[in-house]
Ligand binder design. Sequence first.
Ligand SMILES: [Ca+2]
Length: 219
Amino acid sequence: MTVPLRRSPQVSRLISALPPVCAVALSIAAAAAPAAQARTVPPSPMLANGGFEAPAIPVNSFIRYGTGSTIGPWRVSQGNVDLTGANFWQAADGRQSLDLEGSDSGTVEQQIPTRIGGCYTVTFALAGNPDGGPTVKRGFTRVVQHTLGHPTVQKNFIFNTAGKSRGNMGYVAQRYRFRAFAPSATLTFASTTGGGYGPVVDAVNVSQSNPIECRLVRP
Ligand SMILES: [Ca+2]
Protein backbone atom coordinates (compact mmCIF):
# COMPACT_ATOMS: atom_id res chain seq x y z
CA MET A 1 0.00 0.00 0.00
CA THR A 2 1.28 3.44 -0.77
CA VAL A 3 0.39 6.54 1.13
CA PRO A 4 0.48 9.74 -0.87
CA LEU A 5 2.67 12.29 0.83
CA ARG A 6 2.35 16.03 0.63
CA ARG A 7 5.87 17.31 0.92
CA SER A 8 6.97 20.88 0.99
CA PRO A 9 9.34 21.79 -1.88
CA GLN A 10 12.18 22.04 0.66
CA VAL A 11 11.54 18.50 1.99
CA SER A 12 11.24 17.08 -1.53
CA ARG A 13 14.52 18.66 -2.57
CA LEU A 14 16.20 17.36 0.59
CA ILE A 15 14.85 13.82 0.07
CA SER A 16 16.01 13.70 -3.54
CA ALA A 17 19.51 14.66 -2.44
CA LEU A 18 19.80 11.95 0.25
CA PRO A 19 20.69 8.22 0.21
CA PRO A 20 17.56 5.97 0.08
CA VAL A 21 17.54 5.01 3.81
CA CYS A 22 17.64 8.61 4.93
CA ALA A 23 14.97 9.53 2.40
CA VAL A 24 12.61 6.87 3.82
CA ALA A 25 13.12 8.18 7.35
CA LEU A 26 12.41 11.71 6.22
CA SER A 27 9.29 10.55 4.37
CA ILE A 28 7.96 8.92 7.54
CA ALA A 29 8.66 12.08 9.52
CA ALA A 30 6.88 14.18 6.90
CA ALA A 31 3.88 11.83 6.94
CA ALA A 32 3.70 11.79 10.75
CA ALA A 33 3.76 15.55 11.17
CA PRO A 34 0.02 16.24 10.57
CA ALA A 35 -1.05 13.62 13.16
CA ALA A 36 1.31 15.11 15.76
CA GLN A 37 -0.15 18.54 15.09
CA ALA A 38 -3.68 17.21 15.56
CA ARG A 39 -2.79 15.88 19.00
CA THR A 40 -1.36 19.19 20.20
CA VAL A 41 -4.62 21.12 19.88
CA PRO A 42 -4.87 22.99 23.21
CA PRO A 43 -7.30 21.34 25.64
CA SER A 44 -10.26 23.31 26.86
CA PRO A 45 -9.42 25.36 29.95
CA MET A 46 -9.56 23.37 33.17
CA LEU A 47 -9.84 26.48 35.25
CA ALA A 48 -12.19 29.41 34.70
CA ASN A 49 -11.70 33.09 35.55
CA GLY A 50 -8.05 32.53 36.40
CA GLY A 51 -7.41 36.17 35.57
CA PHE A 52 -10.14 37.41 37.93
CA GLU A 53 -11.61 39.52 35.13
CA ALA A 54 -15.22 38.77 36.05
CA PRO A 55 -17.31 40.25 37.43
CA ALA A 56 -16.18 43.66 36.18
CA ILE A 57 -15.30 45.90 39.12
CA PRO A 58 -15.71 49.70 38.81
CA VAL A 59 -12.58 51.47 37.58
CA ASN A 60 -10.21 52.68 40.32
CA SER A 61 -12.15 50.71 42.90
CA PHE A 62 -12.39 47.32 44.56
CA ILE A 63 -15.12 45.10 45.92
CA ARG A 64 -14.75 42.96 49.02
CA TYR A 65 -16.02 39.37 48.95
CA GLY A 66 -16.72 37.61 52.22
CA THR A 67 -16.84 33.97 53.23
CA GLY A 68 -19.36 32.01 51.16
CA SER A 69 -19.51 34.50 48.31
CA THR A 70 -18.37 33.69 44.79
CA ILE A 71 -16.22 35.32 42.13
CA GLY A 72 -17.44 33.36 39.14
CA PRO A 73 -16.29 29.78 39.77
CA TRP A 74 -14.10 30.85 42.71
CA ARG A 75 -15.59 30.58 46.18
CA VAL A 76 -14.36 32.48 49.21
CA SER A 77 -14.02 29.72 51.79
CA GLN A 78 -12.46 31.73 54.63
CA GLY A 79 -12.09 35.38 55.62
CA ASN A 80 -12.48 37.90 52.83
CA VAL A 81 -10.65 39.12 49.73
CA ASP A 82 -10.60 42.27 47.59
CA LEU A 83 -11.12 42.13 43.82
CA THR A 84 -9.60 45.24 42.25
CA GLY A 85 -10.99 47.00 39.18
CA ALA A 86 -9.12 48.46 36.23
CA ASN A 87 -6.50 51.11 37.09
CA PHE A 88 -6.69 50.45 40.81
CA TRP A 89 -3.25 48.96 40.41
CA GLN A 90 -1.35 47.11 37.75
CA ALA A 91 -2.72 43.68 36.83
CA ALA A 92 -0.56 40.83 35.59
CA ASP A 93 -3.08 40.11 32.85
CA GLY A 94 -6.24 41.91 31.82
CA ARG A 95 -7.44 44.65 34.17
CA GLN A 96 -8.24 43.01 37.48
CA SER A 97 -6.42 41.02 40.14
CA LEU A 98 -7.13 39.61 43.58
CA ASP A 99 -5.81 40.77 46.96
CA LEU A 100 -6.02 37.72 49.23
CA GLU A 101 -6.55 40.04 52.22
CA GLY A 102 -9.75 41.99 52.54
CA SER A 103 -10.07 43.22 56.10
CA ASP A 104 -8.67 39.85 57.14
CA SER A 105 -6.79 36.92 55.60
CA GLY A 106 -8.87 35.29 52.90
CA THR A 107 -8.99 31.98 51.06
CA VAL A 108 -10.45 31.32 47.62
CA GLU A 109 -10.92 27.95 45.98
CA GLN A 110 -12.13 26.44 42.72
CA GLN A 111 -12.81 22.83 41.75
CA ILE A 112 -11.01 21.61 38.68
CA PRO A 113 -11.45 18.42 36.62
CA THR A 114 -8.39 16.17 36.32
CA ARG A 115 -7.51 12.94 34.59
CA ILE A 116 -6.25 10.18 36.87
CA GLY A 117 -2.57 9.65 36.22
CA GLY A 118 -2.17 13.03 34.54
CA CYS A 119 0.53 15.51 35.42
CA TYR A 120 -0.55 19.13 35.84
CA THR A 121 1.21 22.45 36.20
CA VAL A 122 -0.33 25.31 38.16
CA THR A 123 0.99 28.73 37.19
CA PHE A 124 0.13 32.16 38.54
CA ALA A 125 1.48 35.68 38.93
CA LEU A 126 2.28 36.87 42.45
CA ALA A 127 2.67 40.39 43.85
CA GLY A 128 1.60 42.16 47.03
CA ASN A 129 -0.65 45.01 48.09
CA PRO A 130 1.76 47.97 48.27
CA ASP A 131 -0.65 50.20 50.22
CA GLY A 132 0.14 48.88 53.69
CA GLY A 133 2.26 46.58 55.82
CA PRO A 134 3.65 44.18 56.50
CA THR A 135 6.16 44.66 53.69
CA VAL A 136 6.53 40.92 53.24
CA LYS A 137 3.35 39.12 52.21
CA ARG A 138 2.86 35.43 52.86
CA GLY A 139 0.39 32.82 51.74
CA PHE A 140 0.04 29.47 50.07
CA THR A 141 -1.64 27.67 47.24
CA ARG A 142 -2.51 24.01 47.27
CA VAL A 143 -4.30 21.29 45.40
CA VAL A 144 -6.42 18.86 47.41
CA GLN A 145 -7.59 15.85 45.44
CA HIS A 146 -11.02 14.33 45.81
CA THR A 147 -10.13 10.79 46.68
CA LEU A 148 -9.23 8.63 49.67
CA GLY A 149 -6.64 10.33 51.85
CA HIS A 150 -7.04 13.60 49.95
CA PRO A 151 -3.51 13.76 48.51
CA THR A 152 -2.35 17.36 48.76
CA VAL A 153 0.41 19.37 47.14
CA GLN A 154 1.06 22.77 48.69
CA LYS A 155 3.29 25.65 47.67
CA ASN A 156 3.97 28.36 50.23
CA PHE A 157 4.75 31.74 48.73
CA ILE A 158 6.28 34.98 49.89
CA PHE A 159 6.48 38.41 48.23
CA ASN A 160 8.46 41.44 49.32
CA THR A 161 6.69 44.69 48.37
CA ALA A 162 9.69 46.92 49.16
CA GLY A 163 10.07 49.37 46.29
CA LYS A 164 6.81 48.28 44.69
CA SER A 165 3.84 50.54 43.94
CA ARG A 166 0.41 50.39 42.34
CA GLY A 167 2.01 51.28 39.02
CA ASN A 168 4.90 48.86 39.45
CA MET A 169 3.57 45.78 41.19
CA GLY A 170 6.52 43.61 40.27
CA TYR A 171 4.59 40.43 39.55
CA VAL A 172 6.67 37.26 39.58
CA ALA A 173 5.70 34.03 37.85
CA GLN A 174 5.08 31.08 40.17
CA ARG A 175 4.69 27.43 39.32
CA TYR A 176 4.16 24.01 40.88
CA ARG A 177 3.02 20.62 39.70
CA PHE A 178 0.86 17.77 40.88
CA ARG A 179 0.04 14.27 39.74
CA ALA A 180 -3.68 13.52 39.62
CA PHE A 181 -5.07 10.59 41.61
CA ALA A 182 -8.72 11.58 41.25
CA PRO A 183 -11.11 12.91 38.60
CA SER A 184 -11.27 16.29 40.33
CA ALA A 185 -9.45 18.46 42.83
CA THR A 186 -9.80 21.75 44.69
CA LEU A 187 -7.29 24.50 43.92
CA THR A 188 -6.86 26.96 46.78
CA PHE A 189 -5.12 30.32 47.25
CA ALA A 190 -4.82 31.75 50.75
CA SER A 191 -3.17 34.60 52.59
CA THR A 192 -1.44 34.02 55.92
CA THR A 193 -0.25 37.63 56.12
CA GLY A 194 -2.87 39.32 58.31
CA GLY A 195 -3.51 43.05 58.57
CA GLY A 196 -5.60 43.62 55.45
CA TYR A 197 -2.82 44.18 52.89
CA GLY A 198 -2.07 40.82 51.38
CA PRO A 199 -0.51 38.89 48.56
CA VAL A 200 -2.00 39.68 45.15
CA VAL A 201 -2.57 36.91 42.63
CA ASP A 202 -3.52 36.98 38.97
CA ALA A 203 -3.21 34.95 35.75
CA VAL A 204 -3.89 31.60 37.41
CA ASN A 205 -3.76 28.68 35.01
CA VAL A 206 -3.71 24.89 35.20
CA SER A 207 -2.34 22.96 32.23
CA GLN A 208 -1.48 19.36 31.40
CA SER A 209 2.21 18.54 31.43
CA ASN A 210 4.38 15.70 30.28
CA PRO A 211 4.16 12.94 32.97
CA ILE A 212 7.94 13.02 33.35
CA GLU A 213 7.59 16.51 34.84
CA CYS A 214 5.77 15.00 37.83
CA ARG A 215 8.37 12.33 38.61
CA LEU A 216 9.71 14.23 41.62
CA VAL A 217 6.36 15.42 42.92
CA ARG A 218 5.14 14.00 46.21
CA PRO A 219 2.69 12.44 46.86
CA1 LIG B 1 -6.33 39.69 35.67
